[in-house]
Each structure stands twice: as C-alpha cells, then as structure tokens.
Write a protein that binds this ligand. Structure first.
Ligand code: CP
Ligand code: NVA
Length: 303
C-alpha cells in the first residue's frame, strides 16, 4: 500500500491491522514518540478544516515528525503549476502528502506522479480518514463491527460514500435515507453493494429516515451543504426537511444507539442540539479518534 486514496482500495486484513495499531497507539502514548522521527508531511488544503488539519499536524508531532501546512493560496494546485510538477517537486522534499481538494481526480493524479505516499484528506467524492476513524469508534463502543447496522440519514455525500465502502468491507449493514436527488454516488453504491454481498452484509437505500433507523446500532449524519456547495444551501435546506436526526428518530432506534457526526455540524439543521449533547452521542470521541487512526495510517505509510 503506497497511498490512502479510498477505503475501497484496502483489504479487510489491512483495515483490521490499522484498527489494531490504533489500539496500541491510543493505549500507550509513549511507545511511538519517535516512530516518524526525521520525517516530514506536507498538507495541501484547498478547503477549510479543523479536525483533519489539526489531527494530522499534532499526530505528526507526537510521532516525532514535522508537518508543513500549505493553504489554498500557497501551492495553488493546477493553477500556479501542474499537479504532476507539484507532486514531483514535493516528493524531493517530504515523506508524505495529505491533500484536501474538490475534484477526486486531483488526489489520484497527485498520487500517480508523487513518489511519496499520498493521503486523501477529503475530496468531493470520498473522505477515507473519516470513515476509518468512524468504524474504529464503533468497534471501540460496541466491541464488534460484523453484523452491526449503521443508519445514515441525510446527504449521500463524500462521507456517506466512504462509510459505504468501510461498512461493506467490515461486514456492517448500512441503511441510507436520503431525499430524492441526493442519494450517494451510483457507482460507489453499486460497488459497495457487491462488496457487502460477498462479506455477508446488506446495503439498503430509501427516502425514509424512520425506516432506516429501525434496529440500527448507529445513527450517522453530516451537513446538508458540503464545502463547495454553498450556493445550493437554500434549496438543500428545503429538500432535506424531515431528515433531521432528533429525539423522535433516536427513540425509534432504541436505547443503546450511537449517534455520530463527522463534524462540523450545523446544530438545529441536520442534527438537533440536544441529540448532540445526549448520552447517545459519541461525536467528540469520534473526533478524537481521527488523530489516533491517522497516526496509525502515518506509521503504516511513512515508516
Ligand atoms: N470531519 C472533518 O474532516 O472535519 P474538518 O473539515 O474540520 O477537517
Ligand atoms: N461533507 C462535508 C464533510 C466535512 C468534513 C464536506 O465535504 O464539507
């Protein structure tokens, strides 16, 4: 494994290995402090970020390495110079590159031309680091993944796409409730369905949140308007009416259901304020786990 572009590229064994290494990293804070000593990570971010940027930077520091943040105005990927020239140049300086971008092809192109590992820090299509931290969190709370059911309520976006691959790979069922026109990417859905079938789980798509959450172990949601879609915000707010994760929906799922959100959240839109603060919510543990899982990813790819 040279890069981390999508969860779909990982084998079940590679995912299990990553989760196990994350356990070790989280348990023993002192063991890995020199794991990436002398290594440097470049972070090219064309979109804003709190969790991804900070957890990668702090993670790198805690592993004895160094990171360089390159915001939208610095590299100006594909505008100031071509993606291949950026990839070839940075490969002479750094040991790994994280890219947060719009078009997914930017990530695959960067990986194609870089001789160092490239990590997808979110594209319009997928968000693999998020989904890996999410299944780590579910495994931590429920002690198991196989046979669990995750109900995803809302926009069939990048986060939903990566969860589809992750759930299918680890034998989890996924019920998706999305309004018409906002379903997950057709190709991703078909691929994930095939993977789920061979792993013995099921993926269901409907427009009905109440049906989706029945019997679910996890309820997951994300913003209705993702980064780059700001102009559609008003239309989306209308289309997603009835898709809020709130008390009614959580009560339908039952007592022990975990509520998850990748953050940032728009409280009062896709998720009710009291649900974010409820005992079902593991949202901030989930945010913390981004860092532990990414440290495991960095060790696997950079050392
Ligand atoms: N969940 C997530 O990726 O958050 P940021 O956009 O703040 O990095
Ligand atoms: N779907 C959201 C996720 C943010 C972490 C977005 O792309 O803006």
């Amino acid at each position: 494994m040279k890069d981390l572009i999508s969860v779909k590229d990982l084998s079940v064994e590679q995912i299990q290995e990553l989760l196990k290494l994350t356990d070790e990293i989280k348990r023993d804070k002192t063991r890995f402090t020199a794991a990436l000593s002398g290594k440097t990570l470049a972070l090219i971010f064309q979109k804003p970020s709190n969790r991804t940027r900070v957890s990668f930077e702090v993670g790198m520091y805690q592993l004895g390495g160094y990171s360089i943040y390159l915001g939208p105005n610095e590299i100006s990927l594909g505008v100031r110079e071509s993606i291949s020239d950026v990839a070839k140049t940075l490969s002479r300086y750094v040991d790994g590159i994280v890219l947060r971008t719009f078009e997914h092809k930017n990530v695959t192109d960067l990986a194609k031309f870089a001789s160092v590992p490239v990590i997808n820090g979110l594209s319009d299509l997928t968000h693999p680091c998020q989904a890996l931290a999410d299944i780590y969190t579910i495994r931590e709370k429920k002690e198991n993944l196989k046979g669990m059911t995750l109900a995803y309520i809302g926009d069939g976006n990048n986060v939903c796409n990566s969860l589809l691959y992750a759930c299918a790979k680890v034998g989890m069922n996924m019920n998706i409730a999305a309004p018409k026109g906002y379903e997950p990417d057709k190709h991703v859905l078909d691929e994930a369905k095939r993977m789920a079938q061979s792993g013995g789980s099921e993926i269901n798509l409907s427009g009905k949140p109440r049906e989706a959450v029945r019997g679910a172990d996890v309820i997951y949601t994300d913003v209705w308007t993702s980064m780059g879609q700001e102009k559609e915000a008003k239309a989306r707010k209308k289309a997603f009416k009835g898709f809020q994760v709130n008390k009614t929906l959580v009560n339908l799922a039952g007592k022990g259901v975990l509520v998850m959100h990748c953050l940032p959240a728009h409280r009062g839109e896709e998720i009710a304020d009291d649900i974010m603060e409820s005992k079902n919510s593991v949202i901030f543990d989930q945010a913390e786990n981004r860092m532990h899982v990414q440290k495991a990813i960095l060790i696997k790819l950079l050392s």
